[in-house]
Every structure is written in C-alpha cells, then in structure tokens.
Design a protein around this ligand. Structure first.
Ligand code: PMP
Length: 456
C-alpha cells in the first residue's frame, strides 16, 4: 500500500472529485479520506479509522459490505466472459437471468428491462422512451416532463434539469426546456402549520392540475417522481398522495415514471416503493440496490402499454436507435443476480422494514424531546432528522450557519457517517439492511451527543 501522504498528494494533483468544492480541496481545506476496506456496516480508511456507515455509501450498499457471494460471482463472470455487448439480440446468461429476476419482483404490468450503468443514464433513457412513444402515437407536441421541486433524478443534461435542486443546475445552463416543476409533497415544510395532511395533499393535487391546465395536457408527456423523496430531504409522502396524483395523470394521459433508484429492492421494507404507496408506473428506474453497488448497473423497467408502442415503432422505423456499449454488462448482471439471490435468502426486504422501525424508534427515544429537533421521519431504512431553530414556530436556521453540516461533522468525529442533505439542516440515515439493533442504538446515541455538542 502506498504511503498516505503520497496518495493525498496524487489525489489533490490528479483526481477531479464529483460534488466537491474544488477550490477548497485544492487549498487543502477539505478532509481527504482514502477508504481501504469494508465489512458489514463498517468502512475503514487509511488513517486507521473504522466508521459505522449510516448511509450505505450513497444509499446503495444495501446488503452490506464484503459479501463473498457477490464478489465470487463477479470474479467467476470476469474469468468466463468479461464482456460481450447486448446489441442486435445478443445477451449473456447473467443479463437474461437478471431481466427475468427483476420482472418476477416488479409491480404488475411491467414488460421488459433495458439495462444501463447508473441512475442518471437510466432516467435519460426513460425520457427518450417517453418521447419516442408519443412520436409513434402521432403526438409530437406531447413532450414535456413534470418533476417536483426537491426531486432528484440525476445530474446529466436532462436528468439534471429534472432534478429540482438548485445546486445541480446553477452555472450549467440548466434546466433545458420541456421540463416543468411542481410542489414537493413535503408536509413538514407546509406553509400553513394548521393545514391538515389531507388538505396539504389536496393542495399538491390542485397545483399539479393548475400546471397541466396552464401548459395544456396535450404538451405534457410524463410525470417523474421518487416514491419517497431522497436527496431532496428523505421525505415519505403524506397518506393518499400517490393515488391522488395517479388519478390526475390517468385523466390527462400523462405517463408516470417511478424513480426507484433508492427505493427499489427493499429500502422501504417493500420490494418496490411503487407497490408500497399504490403507484401504477409506466416506467420504473432502478440502479443502486440492483447490485448493492458491487458493480455499476441500472435499468429502465418498461410497462406493457409503452412496450407495445415501442415494438410498433420499430416496425415503422427500423431498430431502436438507443444503446450503450456497456448496456447489460455481464459483470454488473452477475453482481445483480447474486445480490437479488442474497436478498431473498436472507429475507432482507422484511429485515429492512423491521430494522428501520427500530432505528426510527431509537432516534425518537434519543432526540424526540430536543428543542431543535423538528421532525424525525422515515419509512423502512430511509430515515431523517430535521433540525429547526424553534420547534413551536417551526422556524429554520439560516442556511449560512451550516448547522446540519456541523452536526454531521460532530457525528463523524464519533465514528458514525450520516449524510447532511443538500437543502436544509437534515441528517439522513440509510444504512445497509444488515444493521443490527445495537448499531442502530449507536447511531441514535451518538447523534444525540453530536446534536447537544453543536446546539446544546
Ligand atoms: N435517481 C435517484 C432517485 C437518485 O437518488 C439518484 C442518485 N442518488 C439518481 C437517480 C442518479 O443516479 P446515479 O448517481 O447513479 O447517476
């Protein structure tokens, strides 16, 4: 192993880190952490720290680190057949098997899986498929896509436009046109504190209806949403939100894309968030939990209604002009097959539901009474603690104070990783599904210490 100082120098000199303050990094003001090994829910770095990973990397290492079953499947695939493409009807045992395993688990009415590499490219695929679909149907004006403020759908050109967070658009000349944003179903941040949850849902629905009326339903192709908001704040939807939205979309012939990059394969304690919340999507985006991040792989699951039109389109226009070199990469597919088998064998989906409920209970016990804790929320192993300046008036801290980031740092100094979500003082927890109850207690206990250190 290279010396730490050597690696740190090379890192600063050569490595363009994503989502990083480049100037502060160059000045040496950002901590550099070289991760060396990991097992279960813990990662280790080259300075000898062992950290409890309360965010499973970027909420993706769902089965936990160091699973030999997946490592062995990857190695065996690399030895047998490291690569062949999937164009013009080619496939491999791993990619064909995985497509069947995904459809066996998917919500009703799904027809085929297109494989990509990550969540962003899968959503780019989805947008192209939606446009293709309406062109084949003879509806060339019906192309706009509605997303929600605080939604996260990637950082490509179109997906960065769909993402409803300013940081991903600023100075990149985004959003592109054809993208519209509507309200986030974020009840805790409602304007009128006296508003009931049912009235808040009605308001979300009414503002969607207004947007559709203003733009014209004949110009709107699809609505994209995460079953539970992820990067925008880790917010499960209020009761009845999805059925009410679905009714509006159906009435206006607007497709639903369920972005299940985070929620797919068990994070909410159900195999898919769409089933959990009563969504009937036409397209489902999957990535992260598909391989538990042991290899990069994503997918677009295409529903029956769209599939029929796509087939018809190729009869009229020839082969579909969309594909990546690494679509259905056999190594990613082998990781996916081994990962989904492990999830079944260890019953990890229901485990995520149970451990998630335990973690939320532990967070409530540790912090429920703190004057600056405004909300403790979650579904399955997707939990958040939102800090406020004043609980009664639910006023928020000035973002410049960086309270969430300070608590996150205080927690890290105690050996636990959370994620300071990008918009608001929100500490996010989305650990691997193998989190034990004592690890959940450790997260809650140390978070309480960190909150007290920063806020008293
Ligand atoms: N959709 C959602 C809901 C996500 O959370 C993410 C990534 N955090 C993406 C899409 C983009 O995935 P990727 O970073 O793999 O491109």
């Amino acid at each position: 192993m290279l010396k730490n100082t050597q690696l740190e120098d090379w890192d600063r000199e050569n490595f363009f880190h994503p989502s990083t303050h480049l100037a502060e990094f160059a000045r040496g003001n950002l901590a550099q952490r070289v991760i060396t090994t990991a097992s279960g829910c813990h990662i280790e770095d080259s300075a000898g720290n062992r950290l409890l990973d309360g965010f499973a990397g970027l909420y993706c290492v769902n089965v936990g680190y160091g699973r030999p079953e997946i490592a062995d499947a990857i190695a065996a695939q690399a030895r047998e057949l490291a690569y062949y493409h999937a164009y013009v009807g080619h496939g491999t045992e791993a990619s064909i098997t995985l497509s069947k395993m995904i459809l066996d688990r998917a919500p009703e009415g799904m027809s085929k899986v297109y494989f990509g590499l990550g969540g962003s490219d899968a959503n780019e695929t989805n947008v192209k498929l939606v446009w293709y679909y309406n062109n084949i149907r003879g509806l060339p004006e019906k192309k706009k896509i509605i997303s929600r403020w605080r939604g996260y759908h990637g950082s490509g050109l179109m997906t960065g436009s769909l993402t409803g967070l300013e940081a991903f658009q600023k100075k990149f000349d985004l959003p592109l046109d054809r993208v519209l944003h509507t309200d986030a179903p974020y009840y805790f941040r409602r304007k009128d504190l006296d508003q009931s949850e049912a009235d808040f849902v009605a308001q979300c629905v009414a503002s969607l209806e207004e947007l559709i009326a203003r733009e014209g339903a004949d110009t709107i192709a699809a609505f994209i949403g995460e079953p539970a908001l992820g990067t925008g704040g880790l917010v499960p939807p209020p009761a009845g939100y999805w059925p009410a939205i679905q009714e509006v979309l159906d009435r206006h012939d607007i497709l639903l894309i369920a972005d299940e990059v985070v929620t797919g394969f068990g994070r909410l304690g159900s195999m898919f968030g769409s089933d959990h919340y009563g969504m009937r999507p036409d397209l489902i985006t999957i990535a992260k939990g598909l391989t538990s991040a042991y290899a990069p792989l994503s997918g677009s699951i295409v529903g029956d209604k769209m599939w029929k039109v796509l087939e018809q389109g190729t009869d009229e226009n020839g082969p579909i002009g969309h594909g990546w070199t690494y679509s259905a990469h056999p190594i990613g597919a082998a990781a996916g097959v081994a990962n989904l088998k492990l999830i079944d064998e260890l019953d990890l989906v229901s485990t995520a539901g149970k451990v998630g409920a335990y973690l939320k209970g532990a967070l409530n016990d540790a912090l429920g009474d703190h004057a600056n804790v405004g909300d403790i929320r979650g579904e399955g192993l997707l939990c958040a603690v939102e800090l406020v300046e004043d609980r009664d008036s639910r006023s928020f801290f000035d973002p410049k104070k960086g309270v969430g980031a300070a608590v996150n740092a205080a927690l890290l100094s105690r050996g636990v990783i959370s994620r300071a979500m990008p918009q608001g003082d929100i500490l996010g927890f989305a650990p691997p599904f193998c989190l034990s109850e004592s690890e959940a207690d450790e997260i809650a206990g140390k978070l309480a210490e960190a909150v007290r250190e920063v806020l008293g």
